[in-house]
Design a protein around this ligand. Sequence first.
Ligand code: DOR
Ligand code: ZN
Length: 424
Amino acid sequence: MNTLIILKNGRLIDPVNSVDAQVDVWIKDGCIAGPGDSIPVDALVYDLDGKWVVPGLIDMHVHLREPGQEYKETIESGTAAAAAGGFTAVACMPNTNPINDNASVTRFILEKAVGAAARVYPVGAISKGSNGSELAEYGEMKMAGVAALSDDGRPVVDSQLMRRAMEYASSHNLLVISHSEESSLSHNGSMNESVVSTRLGLKGIPNAAESIAVFRELALAELTGASVHIAHVSTGDSVDVIRFAKDRGVRVTAETSPHYFTLTDAAVEGYDTNAKMNPPLRSELDRQKIRLALQDGTLDAIATDHAPHSVLEKSVEFDHAANGIIGLETSLPLSLALVRDGLISAGRLVELMSVAPARILGVPGGSLAIGEVADITVIDPDRQFVYTEETIISKSRNSPFIGWKLQGRAVLTLVGGRITHNGL
Ligand code: DOR
Ligand code: ZN
């Protein structure tokens, strides 16, 4: 821990400090240190040969399944998968069993996360049991350490309850993360409503099921002055609504996930349950609009919505399969494709995957200035690999990207100067 670590000959990409240059990074006592005059003999020196050195990636939307569904994922296995994917911190959603709607569950998660391979920021529930009828105790959860509030997995159906949640949350300086879904429209649907759903004979979920709910949240954020973050944006219509609200000065931020800018509902053909998630994969037009929104800033962050499920929940009829896919180990390579395609710069990628999540959650990170805690990701943008079941670190295997040849991955991850993943 006290050993000096030197990352030599890397390309330091640190947009907050306007750095994109070949700079050696010295890590001492868990923090970024200024370069010394000479290199001590016991220093750990890595010659990075132009690989990227970036502020630790932060995934602000994951499901760790502990407590209650440890057969799918645990805090230990989920953070190990995070480290392997280049993440130094994750925010975990409250839809565990029991739901994280009170201080004792929050404390349980934080205790389990001590010494884990990534920092863990628990998100508390908006309503007790996330069942939408009564607000949870925000002051108590904030004291215990929640970073934000969400009923993710389910929408808050009652608009008056959501209004009160925003008022109460902002009085505790807590962000509300919205799972935006108009359930009267999505009810019983298992994929995007499109020619594909018609052909497959599956009940569809129209785009409006998301954008109507997004519009409600933004109207309520304007009414209450609260900060709201829209989770897992899947449609171009939601992007338009968010852009409209941002132009009006509403305090809104939003994320999308790699599957929404990589795949379309065509992936459901063949009834592949690893292409089933909520919200569902959409059309090519939606995919294009999401990509442009990542470029123009309407979307602030990339988050995985890492949702581990076992074969018990996935190897069943499409209608009955659980929603969600794992994402921690594929997020970075899929996002690097945006840089290779010339859509965004490497610096913008760092904003989307580190700077913005830290700022939105109000947690440390996103900067590699001298004195900052050494949460660092080293990326080899050229490394190619085939994503196979055997190499997955997560406890679950539910990914539509298995068998894909991917390019670019994290080769070294450090949390507070501690190496949590080394694939150099
Ligand atoms: O696909 C999803 N999976 N969407 C959600 O909203 C919840 C998540 C889960 O917990 O599995
Ligand atoms: Zn989620």
